[in-house]
Structure formats: structure tokens, C-alpha cells
Design a protein around this ligand. Structure first.
Ligand code: ZN
Length: 201
């Protein structure tokens, strides 16, 4: 994240930092960072702002315990604002709301995007102990076969009434399905496009 080419001069040393939940994609809050706050955020992994009212660095959660753990930082096209992706440890707003925009922040489906990034990374940077990397090493046929096996397993659990086992198989199937898509070189969005097209009719 070094050398991000951020222009701190436009607002007297401050830049707006928009914080987004790394899993749900919800916008959590907006604050200001100076260079020191940005450096501290990167060093500690906890999102830290420059508080204009306190006139000092302020690590979100320092009093409430509801820290926001840093996932990534991206700079906008003009280099004068940043997008911070983070995992909040609790409600973000001082009012007790999930976000400072009073939105509910509970959906976990956005984790699929994070999972896809991890799967992509295991394909491109394989290492010995990674199960996912071992699947890619075995090739398409083996991965497709795994999807088939997991599909059979969820069918078996569907006939039973064990929530834990059923959800476990549902997760296995989804995971191996995503691995198969990656192995074939397709994006989940391309599947979504097929579904969206179908619903236009
Ligand atoms: Zn707030």
C-alpha cells in the first residue's frame, strides 16, 4: 500500500476516507485522515482517523471497543479521497446503528466476493498446504467430479433433518462450484448475467 500517490494538499492535510464493510459492501461511515492517521491505520490494521473535533488521531473503537479491522485501501481517480474496506467489530455509529447512514448491515453474501479472491489467489499463487491449490493442480476433471460428489451429498442431507450437516454440504457445494468457475476461467458475474437475462423475459 506504499506510494499511493495521495494528494493531501487540497484540504489542508486531510483527505476524506469512506469506509465500506469488506463483506457486505455497505458504506459504514466517512471520516478524515491525515498522513499520520493513514500510516497508523496501515501499521495497526485498525482504521484510524484524524478527528477534527478532538483535534487528534482517533482510532475508531478506542472507547466503544467496536474497532474496524482494515482489509484494504484504494485511492480514487484524482488521488484526493480513499476507500477503506474493513471488518467492523460491532455497530459503527455512536448512535448504536450498524452504519452512520442508519442502514442495517447484516447480509453476509458479499463474502462470496472475498472467497472468490482467495480462490483466485490460490490458483495464481499456489502453496503446498492449500486444499484449493491442490484442487487446481489436479485439473478440471477432478474439480468437476468434486462438484458432482458434493451435489450428491447435499441431496442426501436434504432428505434428512440435520441443519448442521445440510449447511455444511451446502457450503461445500458452493465452494467447489466457485472453484470450478475459476478453473474454467469464468466470473460469477457471467453466471449472474445469464440469470438477469432470463428474468428480463
Ligand atoms: Zn455515526
Amino acid at each position: 500500500m506504499e506510494n499511493m500517490n495521495i494528494d493531501f494538499t487540497k484540504m489542508n492535510g486531510l483527505i476524506p476516507a469512506i469506509v465500506q464493510d469488506a463483506v457486505t459492501g455497505k458504506v459504514l461511515m466517512q471520516g478524515f485522515m491525515n498522513e499520520e492517521a493513514l500510516a497508523k491505520t496501515q501499521e495497526t490494521g485498525m482504521v484510524t482517523f484524524f478527528s477534527r473535533s478532538k483535534d487528534r488521531l482517533w482510532t475508531k473503537g478506542e472507547t466503544s471497543g467496536n474497532f474496524m479491522e482494515l482489509v484494504s485501501i484504494a485511492v480514487d481517480c484524482d488521488g484526493d479521497s480513499i476507500l477503506v474496506k474493513a471488518n467492523p467489530k460491532g455497530p459503527v455509529c455512536h448512535t448504536g446503528a450498524d452504519t452512520c447512514f442508519a442502514e442495517i448491515n447484516s447480509s453476509k453474501t458479499g463474502f462470496i466476493d472475498q472467497l472468490r479472491e482467495i480462490i483466485k489467489d490460490r490458483k495464481n499463487n499456489p502453496y503446498d498446504k492449500s486444499y484449493t491449490a491442490s484442487l487446481f493442480a489436479k485439473g478440471i476433471n477432478k474439480i468437476a467430479q468434486k462438484v458432482g460428489e458434493e451435489a450428491v451429498e447435499i441431496v442426501i442431507e436434504a432428505k434428512d433433518n440435520n441443519k448442521e450437516l445440510f449447511l455444511g454440504e451446502a457450503a461445500d457445494l458452493l465452494f467447489h462450484y466457485l472453484v470450478l468457475l475459476e478453473a474454467k476461467g469464468y466470473e460469477l458475474d457471467e453466471v449472474m448475467e445469464v440469470l438477469i437475462e432470463r428474468h428480463k423475459k
